[in-house]
Write a protein that binds this ligand. Structure first.
Ligand SMILES: [Zn+2]
Length: 204
């Protein structure tokens, strides 16, 4: 059974230097301590390792930061054998925060709108950004994962994000019902495409 991690998280917030002994699965977000954690990990806090063991279970993750359970699911979907295809979307995108949707141009091909209790967020082509924006970040290009993704196809985005993160390329991921869109900053777009192609992704 998984232990409740609220107190564990709080403990790590107090002693952030201990976070290096914690693993987190990027797919299921399960958190635990590194199985190889020794008994004494801190000169200052002699009980640190013991406390961590009290708050967390051990969790092993592979080189992609995926836990054993999720790794099995990924393997069973034979994700490694699927040549994932991504499609370049023509145009420049902007990520905006807006106060209302009055000026959102829904006639455009790509309009990504999200509303939560504290914001309305809009991603749209730069040439149709509304004038009533609260904040905006221009300079994004988009890739679409071609084909319809099964909700159960875990790890697709995780794999892509991991590959790009290793090349220090920031991504902004938008999930729709059918698929996922990956936004990259314009200046790192070509490099990102190169990284993905080198790793067997087909970019059209
Ligand atoms: Zn997992």
């Amino acid at each position: 059974m998984r232990k409740r991690n609220d107190t564990g998280d709080h403990y790590l917030q107090m002693y952030p230097e201990l976070k290096k002994w914690i693993n987190q699965c990027i797919i299921c977000q399960a958190t635990g301590y590194k199985p190889e954690m020794p008994e004494h990990i801190s000169r200052e806090f002699s009980m640190a390792a013991q406390n961590i063991k009290g708050y967390f279970n051990p969790i092993y993750v592979n080189e992609l930061n995926i836990c054993v359970q999720c790794e099995k699911i990924v393997a069973s979907k034979q994700l490694g054998d699927i040549k994932m295809e991504l499609q370049k979307i023509i145009g420049d995108f902007s990520v905006c925060k807006i106060s209302n949707i009055d000026q959102v141009d829904f006639t455009r091909e790509f309009v990504f709108l999200s509303k939560t209790s504290d914001e309305i967020s809009l991603v749209c082509e730069t040439n149709c950004v509304p004038s009533n924006i609260i904040a905006v970040e221009h300079g994004w290009k988009a890739l679409k994962i071609s084909g319809i993704l099964d909700f159960g196809m875990v790890g697709v985005i995780a794999k892509i994000s991991k590959l790009l993160a290793e090349s220090e390329i920031a991504v902004f991921v938008i999930s729709t019902y059918n698929t996922d869109y990956i936004l990259l900053k314009t200046e790192s777009f070509d490099n990102g495409v190169k990284v993905l192609m080198h790793n067997g992704y087909v970019i059209k």
